[in-house]
Design a protein around this ligand. Structure first.
Ligand code: THU
Length: 160
């Protein structure tokens, strides 16, 4: 028998401690919550991506009466960025959520499907995506990559 212990480093910054571009990204994610289409959950999520060329792409959750047909904010943003700017690697992602009239007290962490998609982004561009998760206490939880949040993940290396 052997045991493997996996560790993940998360650094918690205050909003003020973030760099100017990180603040811009967080602000964009917060603003993007206002365009969410969430008539079923009323949970408005905003995602903002920083591309290599400095451009910020935002997305938000898009729900549907047929629930599984909706899409999370993170994947809406990633698929738009990849469709419009396929040559631009994605350097960072910020996520915020607005619920019951305020930003959520706890950070919102990407769901498993969004993590899988972001993992593909990291392998596609051979570059890590910094993850910034905002909460109303003005804290920003930072992980250096999506792969650090997904140990033992399934990637294209299994398909050879
Ligand atoms: N949602 C996101 O957009 N991103 C997340 O990280 C978590 C959940 C959306 C999906 C659904 O529209 C609503 O939030 C409630 O689950």
């Amino acid at each position: 028998m052997k045991e493997i212990n996996l560790t993940t480093k998360i650094t918690v910054y205050s909003y003020e401690e973030c760099t100017e571009i990180e603040k811009k990204l967080i602000d964009a994610a917060k603003l993007a919550t206002s365009n969410a289409y969430a008539p079923y959950s009323h949970f408005h999520v905003g995602a903002a991506l920083l591309l290599e060329n400095g451009k910020i792409i935002t997305g938000n959750n898009q729900e549907n009466a047929a629930y599984p047909s909706g899409l999370c904010a993170e994947r809406t943003a990633v698929f738009y960025a990849n469709a419009q700017y396929p040559d631009q690697k994605i350097e960072a992602l910020a996520v915020a959520a607005f619920y019951n009239g305020e930003f959520t007290n706890d950070l919102i962490s990407p769901c498993g499907s969004c993590r899988q998609v972001l993992l593909e982004v990291e392998s596609r561009y051979n570059s890590s995506v910094k993850i910034l998760l905002y909460n109303k206490k003005d804290e920003v939880y930072v992980a250096e990559s999506m792969s650090s949040l997904m140990p033992l993940s399934f990637t294209k290396t299994a398909l050879v």
